[in-house]
Design a protein around this ligand. Structure first.
Ligand code: ADP
Ligand code: MG
Length: 247
C-alpha cells in the first residue's frame, strides 16, 4: 500500500448547494500537502469529509487502502471507526476541553479507549508536551494559555493516538500574528519527521516552504495543483494568480 489518502470524484452538497464538485487527489506516505483557496471554496468540508465529520453525497475516500466510502456507499460503523482513528485533526479554534487540564486534554481519549496502560499514556503525554515546548504547562487549564500554546496543546493531543495522518484546518487563523510562528514551527517539525499531512492554510510563505505539493481550491473544485515552485512561481490559471496576488 503506497497511498495514504485516495479521494475520487468526491461530491458534497448541503441541500441544493453543491460544495464539492468531483474532487480527486491522493496523498503519498510522508507527503505534506497544503490546501489553499478563497473562503467558501470547500476546504474545510473536504477535510471534514476525510474524518467522517461530514457525510459525502458521492465519490470515494480510501485511507491506507481501506475504503471509508466507495461510490457514495459508506463502510460499516466499526470499519469507519477504525479507518478514521488513523487520522488526527487540528481545528482553527483548538477545541480543547476547558474543564480539563492540559494533561487531562491529552490523556482523555487514550484513557477512554483503554488500549494502553495508564503509565504509558502518562509518559506519552509528558513526551508530547515536551515536544511542543509545553512541558511546564501539564497541570494548568486551557484558559491560562495563549492561543499559540492552546494550539500546540491541540497538536500534542492529536498525536496521542499515534495517527498516521494529520489534518490541519487553518491552525493559525485564530492567532495573533506574533503567535503563529510557534505553531508553524511545530507543524514544520512534524513535516521534517515525514508525518503525512494535509494543511489548509492562509500562510502562503509557510505553504511554500513546508509543503511538498500545493492544492488550490476554488468554488468546490481543485482548480490547480502542483509543487510550490509551480503554483507560486508560474501558476497556470488566471484565478490562481489573482488569488495569490490579493494577499
Ligand atoms: P472553506 O473552508 O474553503 O472556507 P467550507 O468548506 O467551510 O469552505 O464551506 C464551503 C461552502 O459550504 C460554503 O458555501 C459554506 O457556506 C457551505 N457550508 C459549509 N458547511 C455547511 C453546512 N453545515 N450547511 C450548509 N452549508 C454549509
Ligand atoms: Mg474553512
Amino acid at each position: 500500500m503506497n497511498t495514504m489518502i485516495e479521494v475520487k470524484e468526491l461530491q458534497k452538497s448541503f441541500g441544493s448547494l453543491e460544495v464539492l464538485k468531483k474532487v480527486s487527489f491522493s496523498v503519498s506516505p510522508g507527503e505534506a500537502v497544503a490546501v489553499i483557496g478563497p473562503s467558501g471554496s470547500g476546504k474545510s468540508t473536504m477535510l471534514r469529509s476525510l474524518v467522517h465529520l461530514e457525510e459525502i453525497t458521492g465519490g470515494s475516500i480510501v485511507i491506507q487502502g481501506k475504503p471509508l466510502v466507495e461510490n457514495g456507499k459508506y463502510a460499516g460503523a466499526s470499519d469507519i471507526r477504525t479507518i478514521t482513528a488513523s487520522m488526527g485533526m487540528v481545528f482553527q479554534h483548538f477545541n480543547l476541553f476547558p474543564h480539563l487540564t492540559v494533561r487531562g486534554n491529552l490523556e482523555l481519549a487514550p484513557r477512554t479507549l483503554k488500549r494502553e496502560k495508564v503509565a504509558a499514556i502518562e509518559a506519552k503525554s509528558r513526551d508530547l508536551l515536551a515536544k511542543v515546548g509545553l512541558a511546564d504547562k501539564a497541570d494548568v487549564y486551557p484558559s491560562m494559555l495563549s492561543g499559540g500554546q492552546k494550539q500546540r496543546v491541540a497538536i500534542a493531543r492529536a498525536l496521542m493516538l499515534n495517527p498516521d495522518i494529520l489534518l490541519f484546518d487553518e491552525p493559525t487563523s485564530a492567532l495573533d500574528p506574533e503567535l503563529t510562528g510557534e505553531v508553524l514551527r511545530v507543524i514544520r517539525q512534524l513535516a521534517d519527521e515525514q508525518m503525512t499531512m494535509i494543511i489548509v492554510t492562509h500562510e502562503m510563505n509557510f505553504a511554500r516552504d513546508v509543503a511538498d505539493r500545493i492544492i488550490f481550491m476554488d468554488k468546490g473544485e481543485i482548480a490547480e495543483s502542483g509543487t510550490p515552485e509551480q503554483i507560486f512561481g508560474s501558476p497556470r490559471l488566471e484565478r490562481t494568480r489573482l488569488f495569490l496576488n490579493q494577499g
